[in-house]
Every structure is written in structure tokens, then in C-alpha cells.
Design a protein around this ligand. Structure first.
Ligand code: C6P
Length: 414
């Protein structure tokens, strides 16, 4: 362990690593070096235990039973909602909608807000660096309604051209949807300014928080975003659970997209009245242990401190930029001034899949591909990139291991 690293950030990374059982695994006879955190984070023992405990001692359906277990499960599940509300500093539990993840949350807004408020000729603004999850649902909405998708361009460093954004905003704009942090470039977008400019024209803003939630402290009221979406599995929680935060004033007006149990008050064959928020937008038996596990994951992150996590990961990113970016033949894709946790790169003519395969032989996990951001690859004229993405349990030694393995890649293909 690099003691300098520990001292500057105030994190005891060696102790933190002990809490993640998977980090002790061997891969191809080498210690696992997990640098694919933007795809999904690893899980600490406390989250694994919470899920085990749920099935061992609490399992029951929620919001339905008068019996002990149902009330217990409901209390735990709603307790998790409250943890998330406080984590985001939302005004009310009614503003926290459990979803399957970021994708599901954005689709919910596109299909519900979209159906209600977006008509033919209206415009939806997204950015050039969006994940497919923040492109395709809006395209589908455009196909259904005749609305038009407008895209904020970016420069060669992977920074949004804000003056172009200002030009795109118009009375036709009905929503702006942008990522806080790009998964393929690592850019931290100026979301405060994006929201301010949109609100000046009464346009609501959805922030895709999939890559910001694990790394940046977000206060939705200070940010003043209208919607904020994130995934549990990227914040040390389980897969299949995520959150849509929405301002109550919007959620109240939004029709349900799915009908079924839990989202109703009264059903007759003639007419159904819908439940209050948040249940109106949560049809069916939810992912109960997912919600509870996510609550535990957020408590865990908060016990470390998002500010400390951000500072330490920033050190890791700076170190990796220097060490990996300094290797002859490596070209970094995404060199924005403000970045978080993601280092995307290509090496001369070596295909990123070959890079990923050789790194895997060394026990190093990175993602190689288009990262579900094909328009970004097109913008930078590459078919794919290799991407190392860091979490607070990574170390500078692991970045050194990556650098050594990349030298091997270059030797093999060079
Ligand atoms: N990005 C990556 O490797 P889901 O799959 O719903 O949990 O998250 C979708 C999503 C939306 N927006 C951004 C900015 C994202 O990064 C992701 C997920 C992963 O980059 C898997 S493709």
C-alpha cells in the first residue's frame, strides 16, 4: 500500500479492501486487479450480509401483509427509501422511485413525462456523450410523438460546447437530459450551468447520475435538477435496483407507465384510481432485497465519506493519466479539464479487445468496446476504446500493474 496515498486522502485503503471479499480472488493465477468499476462496482461484506440476512430472517412481500414478517420487510424497504432520500437530500420520500436501474429510470421519464408533455414538433436536448440509455428512450419517444432530438456537441477533449447548448435551447425545448459524468470519457459536465440555463426558459432537466452517484456528492435540491437517475450496482449495491429522483411537482403530474399491484387505490372494471407517490410509479412486487441492500450500500459509502472518496479517486485518476498516458503509443480519449474516475485509451493499431484479452491474462479487468456510447466512438474516430475505471478500493500499485501489462501488450503486438 502506498502510504503517501493513504495520508493525502485520509482513506485507509488497505482496511477498505479487506471489506471486499472478491478483491482477494486470483484470476489466471494472478491477484485480481479490478479496474472495471464504471461497469459495476464490487460489493462490501456488509451489503452481502444484509441481503443474506433479508432472506434468512426477513423475507416477505411488502405493503400487503398485517403479519410480522411483512411489516418487518416493509419497514426495512421503506427505511432504505428514507436513506436514499437523505443521501440525495430530496424533500420527501415521495420523490424517491425505486426502479431497476438508470436505464429503467430514464425510460420511465421518457414514457411518462414524455407522453404527457411532449408533442409533435417539440424538442428534446441531450448531449453528444450520452450512454445509449440516455439516447434511445428519447429517440423512441420522438418516433412516437414526432418530437425532435437535438444534440449538444463537444470538443476534441470531450467537453460540451456550452455556447452551442445555449443556441439549442428554445421555446420548443421540453426537456434537457444529460449525464453528470460520461462513462466513456470521464468528463464531469457543468450540470449546474446546464440546469440554470434550462430553468431560465422553464425547461426541466434530467441528470443521468449513473457515473456521478458513485463518485460525487449530490444534493438534488442544491443542484435543482428535476430528475436524477442512478443504479444501485454502481454504488456498491445489488444489481436490478436503481432510483429515479423526481421533483414531486413533476411526479404528481406523470401518468403510470405500468399498471398492476401496489400502484392502485381502487380498481373496478369501470375505472381505476392510482395510488399516491411513490407507489403510483412502482407497479408489482418490487426488488425488496435490492432496495434494502442499496440502502446498506449507501450507508457504507457515507460512512467512508463521498468527499474523501472523490478526493482519493481524483489522485488515482491523475496518477493513471500520467503513468498510462505517458506510455509510448497510448492515446487518451477524453482529456477534459474536469474528469472523474475513467481513463479511456487506444494504443496505435492494437484493437481494444486484444488489449482487454491480454490484460485479462494478467488478472486485470478493464472494459474494451464502445461502452454503450457508439456516437462517442464515432466522434473520436475509433471503433472502441480500452477503459480503466477506478473506485476508492483501487490503489496506485494496481495502476502500476496495468502499466506493466500494457507494456507487454505493446511488445506482443508491436
Ligand atoms: N454504464 C458502463 O460500463 P444501467 O445499465 O441501467 O445500470 O446503467 C446504464 C447507464 C446509463 N448512463 C450511464 C452514464 C452509464 O454509464 C450507464 C451504465 C456501464 O459504462 C454499463 S454499459
Amino acid at each position: 500500500m502506498n502510504t503517501q496515498t493513504q495520508k493525502v486522502s485520509g482513506l485507509d485503503v488497505a482496511a477498505i479492501r479487506q471489506e471486499f471479499p472478491i478483491l482477494s480472488e486470483q484470476v489466471n493465477g494472478k491477484p485480481l486487479v479490478y479496474l472495471d468499476n464504471a461497469a459495476t462496482s464490487q460489493k462490501p461484506q456488509c451489503v452481502i450480509d444484509t441481503i443474506n440476512h433479508y432472506y434468512a430472517a426477513q423475507n416477505s412481500n411488502v405493503h400487503r401483509g398485517v403479519h410480522y414478517l411483512s411489516q418487518l420487510a416493509t419497514r426495512e424497504y421503506e427505511g432504505a427509501r428514507d436513506i436514499i432520500k437523505k443521501f440525495l437530500n430530496a424533500a420527501s420520500d415521495k420523490e424517491i422511485i425505486f426502479t431497476k436501474g438508470t436505464t429503467d429510470a430514464i425510460n420511465l421519464v421518457a414514457m411518462s413525462y414524455g407522453r404527457k408533455f411532449i408533442k409533435e414538433g417539440d424538442e428534446i436536448i441531450i448531449s453528444a456523450m450520452e450512454h445509449h440509455a440516455n439516447i434511445v428512450p428519447w429517440q423512441m419517444l420522438c418516433e412516437q410523438t414526432g418530437a425532435v432530438l437535438r444534440v449538444i456537441p463537444m470538443n476534441d477533449d470531450g467537453e460540451l460546447l456550452m455556447e452551442e447548448y445555449e443556441k439549442l435551447l428554445s421555446p420548443k425545448t421540453k426537456i434537457v437530459a444529460v449525464a453528470y459524468v460520461s462513462n466513456s470519457l470521464g468528463t464531469i459536465n457543468p450540470v449546474h450551468r446546464i440546469i440554470e440555463l434550462a430553468h431560465a426558459q422553464d425547461v426541466p432537466v434530467l441528470i443521468d447520475g449513473a457515473q456521478s452517484a458513485p463518485h460525487l456528492k449530490v444534493d438534488v435540491r442544491e443542484l435543482d435538477c428535476d430528475f436524477y437517475a442512478f443504479s444501485g450496482h454502481k454504488v456498491c449495491g445489488p444489481t436490478g435496483i436503481g432510483v429515479l429522483y423526481g421533483k414531486q411537482q413533476w411526479l404528481e403530474q406523470m401518468p403510470p407507465v405500468q399498471g398492476g399491484g401496489d400502484m392502485i387505490k381502487v380498481v373496478t372494471f369501470e375505472k381505476t384510481t392510482y395510488n399516491d407517490l411513490p407507489y403510483k410509479l412502482e407497479a408489482g412486487t418490487p426488488h425488496i432485497e435490492g432496495g434494502i441492500g442499496l440502502g446498506r450500500a449507501i450507508q457504507y459509502l457515507e460512512s467512508i465519506g463521498l468527499d474523501k472518496i472523490a478526493a482519493y479517486e481524483h489522485e488515482l485518476l491523475e496518477y493513471a493519466t500520467e503513468v498510462i498516458g505517458g506510455i509510448k503509443g497510448v492515446r487518451l480519449i477524453g482529456t477534459a479539464n474536469q474528469k472523474a474516475s475513467v481513463l479511456s485509451f487506444v494504443i496505435d493499431d492494437i484493437h481494444p479487445h486484444d488489449i482487454g484479452t491480454i490484460l485479462d491474462q494478467e488478472g486485470i479487468a478493464v472494459r474494451a468496446g464502445h461502452h454503450c456510447a457508439q456516437p462517442v466512438m464515432k466522434r473520436f474516430g475509433v471503433p472502441a476504446t480500452a477503459r480503466a475505471s477506478f473506485a476508492f478500493y483501487n490503489t496506485k500499485e494496481e495502476i502500476d500493474a496495468l502499466a506493466t501489462a500494457l507494456q507487454k501488450v505493446i511488445e506482443v503486438f508491436g
